[in-house]
Each structure stands twice: as C-alpha cells, then as structure tokens.
Design a protein. Structure first.
Length: 77
C-alpha cells in the first residue's frame, strides 16, 4: 500500500475515533440537565448544530432554536 493510501486510511480512522469520542463525551455532558441546557453546553463547547443534534437525537433545526438566544446574550452582556 503506498504511503499516501496508508496516510489517508489512518486519517479516516482517526477522524472516526474522534467523532465517537465526541459523541460519548457529549452524551455525558449535563446528563442531569434538560435537552435545552445540554444543547447550550455543547454549543458553547464549540460543536456545530449537526453534531449536537446527533448527540441529542434531535434535528439541527431544533438545536438552532434551543441555542438561538446564546448569540444575543453575548451582544447584550
């Protein structure tokens, strides 16, 4: 297997493992909190709406609604 193919495979494997770890940690974040609070915590941690939706088993649109006021808080405070 040429070096480039091995590198590509290693990168794909690494990305897959990072995605799994992100989901596991995301599931643990705020386990005692509401879905809204969990979405907000994950958003503040820098996750995108699709990743949060995958973790919380909801849609990106729902995550957008749940986290929409986070943008406004920064401007007002």
């Amino acid at each position: 297997m040429p070096h480039d193919e091995r590198t590509e495979k290693l990168l794909r494997d690494l990305i897959e493992k990072v995605e799994v770890l992100t989901k596991v940690v995301g599931i643990q974040v705020g386990a005692d909190k509401s879905t809204t609070e969990r979405a907000r915590l994950l958003k503040m941690a820098g996750l995108d709406n699709q990743s949060i939706a995958d973790i919380l088993n909801t849609s990106p649109g729902t995550v957008r609604v749940l986290t929409s006021n986070l943008r406004g808080r920064g401007r007002r405070g």
